[in-house]
Design a protein around this ligand. Structure first.
Ligand code: NOJ
Length: 543
């Protein structure tokens, strides 16, 4: 029988280092800052930290542009700090997962500098070049951060390919030497005792630029199996691939329980469900709750027994969960807890993004000068050209832009929310006096304490196995307010139930509740098989 993997029982916490905790007053979060907050994370009960990139980088895309995979960016600390973080986290039974960005490097990586300079260098073919004339693009492929994916380089006398910013040239995965260099580097990090890797946009590595194939290219899974064999399978680690283009069939390959590829993927079907055809996330349709539930249920059913899900509402690229899916006004606390209940009841590994456990919200920006994110800044120019007004663009940025997730962690009500003694690199959300970790820790009904209970439940002898391995059966799938599903394993049955909206609903339950295990309201109102669900009321109950 397949041995149960430790990460099936883990809860992951994502840290965006720039915004978590500054230790030296330069306004930028750093590794010593993270170390100083490890006890907070231990208190929360998480097992794994996914650390967004801390490698040496010109920070064109906040570290997702790496210029030296073997070193740490000076604003974040040193290699010794990183080793210390791994050790200090380890003392608290927390593993560190590093973000590995290998679809592209920075344009300041020595490989790229060599490749540009010298056509005969072995590094030329580490990137993707096309001959041509300035102004005559090889094809129409667009970069995710706006503009063409082809950039003319004067020194190289050729176009190079970049799916993200022009300072993030794509690596050529068809080059076997390049692949070996990457695996060597991955092993070097794994030797330091890492818990694993989160693999940035990994479904892009099999791209075929001439055919305009970005994701799911023909050799993608060959590369991933090779990477797994050459690096991950040498260690007992967790690996999670970021895959915007994955469906459940792809996911079964990626997360095959035989361990030939990765542990799991981050897929975004529930996030993209409301995106529009023409403008993607920048113009969204009203969220369709029935559709959303069906997406979750589809993934739960499809991967049960033959793959593994990541469970998340938000991350550093997405708006805050409570603002995007809940109510960040009147029912902020209730809806933050409800969202957590629905997600943490499912099968998979839950991910918490820094501040989510406090119910942190989106921020409201008025001016472009307040926007830090390269994607939003580039998009501002593009949408302006398409005739959008300043207010329309700012509204889109405020509801869906990445800076929402990147405002500093709100620790307490002191200046700059306790994030820094200097000037923060990005504005603190002014609601930090009402929403901060110190207040949350001191209030036993807080969002923080609710998350703590959810995490503890996943590890409890009573419910841990049911949550990790149990069947998933949804009910009331066409209902526009109610999220209801059953998790069951042998005799044990856990009902996850709640109201996704801000109005009261009375429903008849398919089962009788034996005991409420966890709830976001003090006491459930039920009688004779009927239950009143107050705004965003949610619970887990034994039946
Ligand atoms: C996905 C990362 O999550 C995002 O933050 C980054 O900008 C792109 N990949 C490019 O690396």
């Amino acid at each position: 029988m397949e041995q149960t993997k430790w990460w099936k029982h883990s809860v992951v916490y994502q840290i965006y280092p720039r915004s978590f905790q500054d230790s030296n007053g330069d306004g930028i979060g750093d590794i010593p800052g993270i170390i100083s907050r490890l006890d907070y994370l231990r208190e929360l009960g998480i097992d794994v930290i996914w650390l967004s990139p801390v490698y040496k980088s010109p920070q064109d895309d906040n570290g997702y542009d790496i210029s030296d995979y073997y070193d740490i960016h000076e604003e974040f600390g040193t290699l010794a700090d990183m080793e210390m973080l791994i050790a200090e986290a380890g003392k608290r039974d927390i593993k560190i997962v590093m973000d590995m960005v290998v679809n592209h490097s920075s344009d300041e990586h020595p490989w790229f500098l060599e490749a540009k300079k010298d056509r005969s260098s072995k590094y030329r073919d580490y990137y993707i070049w096309r001959e041509g004339e300035p102004g005559q693009l090889p094809n129409e492929t667009k970069a995710s951060f706006g503009g063409s994916a082809w950039e003319w380089d004067e020194e190289a006398g050729a176009y190079y390919f970049h799916l993200f910013s022009k300072r993030q040239p794509d690596l050529n995965w068809e080059n076997p030497q390049m692949r070996q260099d990457i695996y060597r580097m991955m092993n070097w990090w794994l030797e330091k005792g890492l818990g694993g890797f989160r693999l940035d946009v990994i479904d892009n590595i099999g791209k075929v630029p001439d055919e305009m194939i970005r994701e799911n290219g023909p050799r993608l899974h060959d590369y991933i199996r090779e990477m797994s064999r050459e690096a991950f399978q040498n260690y007992d680690v967790v690996t999670v691939g970021e895959t915007w283009g994955a469906n459940t069939e792809h996911a079964k390959l990626y997360s095959n329980p035989d361990g030939s590829e990765l542990s799991m993927i981050f897929q975004f079907e529930h996030i993209c469900a409301s995106h529009s055809e023409e403008y993607g996330k920048w113009k969204q349709e009203k969220k369709d709750f029935v559709k959303l539930k069906k997406i979750f249920s589809g993934w739960q059913r499809a991967l049960h027994g033959c793959g593994w899900n990541s469970l998340f509402w938000d991350n550093h690229d997405l708006p805050r969960a409570v603002s995007a899916f809940g109510d960040d006004g009147k029912y902020r606390v209730e809806s933050a807890k409800a969202l957590a209940t629905f997600l943490h009841g499912m099968q998979g590994t839950p991910y918490i993004y820094e501040g989510e456990e406090l119910g942190m919200t989106n921020i409201h920006l008025e001016e472009l000068s307040q926007v830090r994110d390269i994607e939003a800044r580039n998009m501002y120019a593009e949408l302006k050209e398409k005739g959008w007004s300043h207010d329309e663009i700012m509204e889109a940025i405020n509801s869906t832009g990445r800076d929402n997730a990147r405002t500093p962690m709100q620790w307490d009500n002191s200046e700059h929310a306790g994030f820094t003694t200097g000037t923060p690199w990005i504005g603190v959300n002014p609601n930090y006096r009402q929403i901060n970790a110190k207040l949350e820790l001191g209030n036993k009904n807080s969002v923080f304490h609710y998350y703590k209970k959810l995490i503890a439940l996943r590890k409890s002898p009573e419910w841990g196995e049911v949550l990790a391995e149990g069947d998933y059966t949804p009910y009331m799938e066409e209902d526009e307010d109610i999220f209801l599903y059953l998790r069951s394993l042998g005799e044990k049955r856990l009902l996850v139930l709640g109201n996704f909206h801000g109005t009261e609903r009375t429903i008849s339950l398919p089962y009788e509740i034996k005991e409420v295990i966890l709830s976001n309201y003090p006491e459930a109102h039920k009688w004779d098989g009927w239950i009143v669900l107050r705004p965003y009321e949610a619970m887990m109950a034994e039946i």
